[in-house]
Design a protein around this ligand. Structure first.
Ligand code: TYD
Ligand code: MG
Length: 454
């Protein structure tokens, strides 16, 4: 029997290593910082820092000499998934799909795999559900499971041995927190196990050119044992967003070596599984029967696609000495800043008012282009006067009260026109050179002009 490599315990703070675990690092005094680790030579993680290390004679080449054949892609058949992946699955790539438990990760992958399996050998490994459960689900989803191979197993070494024998071109592992490698003694789901198991699987995938999907639950201590610890070793990271109460599921690319980041795929969870929503703008607009105060429509941009979303604001007399500022789907600090700018440069103060902001549909808007819409929604609620009908806005607001241009203004305006909007308030520099049919564009330089325009 081969002697198992000796396990070390390494302090995550200072890097000191010990043969035994202890609650405190004797070197730097940090508590609970010792983590199980394999000695460098035995660990898959130690050597795969650059994949070139895998080939026996690594060599230095000129960048221009490296043949740049574009990565071959395969369409999964789910167009929204293909979109977040950057136009299809890149053969041999490693993708991490994270999200809260029950949000639809397994559903998405079993649907994609059933479609892919007709094009190439595919293997779905589950450490969570029994084969019967998976088959039951697939039948309920109306999937053809003829070609898809199934395995329920949690030991990484055995999975790799089986995969070597069956040579799938696509491999799904659901979820990484349930797998363990025999090289470590700690329980599945611990940081060391998650990291080492993933490292071994990624190494296998890169050596054999297998496309790999790793599923990771975002745990309560998300940053620690969750999928975050794997982000650096995979090519693409997708996260499920959205409220679990809502029917819509958003899949966002956080990192993508083969495509745009922040690309957003939109699905609806139905009793027949996840359905693609190809015109997502429609779901983020509530289209009120009557005009209501405190609602503004924003054209944001998620990845490469402009998206219309509704920003809602509620401004109300505060009973508290310290009025509340609550932002859902937007940055809290940004809201405070906008209120300050509105006071200094717009002449409207809200010191005794609670301000609540929400983006409809559970979408998270991170770009500053939302500033102008947020500001107008707040003002509309404060004055209790609805914004004009069929109006869209976007624009970044600076501390000096100026309205700054945002990228891809033309795209955004065209999207608005496509959805029947008739007026747009936009930064001066985003005003189109050629008029857009059916859309009246009001270009503004300062927030005062924007307030006046509405
Ligand atoms: P699942 O894919 O098991 O979540 P995860 O793998 O991310 O933990 O999704 C489970 C949820 O989706 C569950 O709450 C039930 C719901 N669901 C439907 O509404 N319709 C369906 O057809 C399926 C398969 C699941
Ligand atoms: Mg699952």
């Amino acid at each position: 029997m081969a002697k198992s490599p000796k396990i070390q315990y390494v302090c995550s703070e200072c890097g000191a290593s010990y043969p035994k675990w202890a609650g405190q690092c004797a070197d730097c005094g940090a508590w609970n910082s010792l983590q199980e680790q394999l000695p460098k030579a035995a660990s898959a993680g130690g050597r795969f820092a650059g994949y070139a290390g895998d080939s026996p004679e690594a060599q230095i080449r000129r960048l221009s000499e490296v043949s740049a054949a574009s990565a071959p892609r395969t369409r999964t058949g789910l167009s929204e998934l293909d979109r977040v992946l950057g136009g299809g699955m890149v053969l041999g790539s490693v993708t991490l799909i994270g999200g809260d438990p029950g949000i639809g990760k397994s559903t998405l992958l079993i649907q994609a795999m059933a479609l892919l399996a007709s094009q190439m050998p595919a293997l779905y490994v589950s450490g969570e559900e029994s084969a019967e459960q998976i088959s039951l689900r697939a039948r309920r989803l109306g999937l053809q499971g003829e070609h898809l191979q199934l395995l329920t197993e949690t030991c990484v070494e055995r999975i790799i041995a089986l995969a070597q024998r069956h040579q799938p071109k696509v491999l799904v592992l659901d979820s990484i927190q349930t797998f363990y490698t025999e090289a470590l003694q700690s329980a599945p789901g611990s940081v060391a196990q998650v990291r080492e198991s993933a490292a071994r699987l990624v190494r296998f995938a890169k050596q054999t050119g297998t496309s790999l999907f790793l599923v990771g639950h975002v745990t309560k201590e998300g940053a620690l044992a969750g999928p975050r610890v794997l982000e650096h070793m995979v090519d693409t990271v997708l996260y499920f967003e959205g409220e679990s109460g809502s029917q819509f599921r958003l899949v966002r690319a956080i990192k993508n070596r083969f495509g745009a980041v922040n690309e957003l795929g939109v699905f609806a969870m139905t009793d027949k599984g996840l359905r693609e929503v190809s015109n997502p703008s429609a779901i983020f607009l509530s289209r009120h029967e009557q005009l209501v105060a405190g609602s503004a429509v924003l054209v944001t941009r998620e990845g490469t696609r402009p998206l219309l979303v509704e920003v809602q604001a509620l401004v109300d007399q505060s009973p508290l000495g310290n009025p509340r500022r609550v932002a859902l789907g937007l940055e809290q600090n940004r809201l405070s800043m906008l209120l300050a700018v509105m006071h200094r440069h717009g002449g409207v103060g809200m010191f005794d008012q609670d301000v609540f902001i929400n983006v409809v549909g559970g979408v998270r808007v991170t770009e500053p282009a939302a500033d102008l819409s947020v500001l107008l929604a707040i003002l509309s609620s404060f004055r209790d006067r609805p914004l004009p009908k069929e109006l869209v806005t976007f624009g970044e607001i600076g501390l000096a009260g100026e309205v700054r241009p945002v990228p891809n203004g033309q795209d955004r305006l065209r999207e608005a026109a496509k959805h029947g909007f008739q007026r747009a308030i936009v930064p001066q520099a985003n005003a189109p050179k050629k008029p857009i049919a059916g859309l009246e564009v009001i270009a503004v330089r300062r927030i005062g002009e924007a307030i006046e325009a509405v």
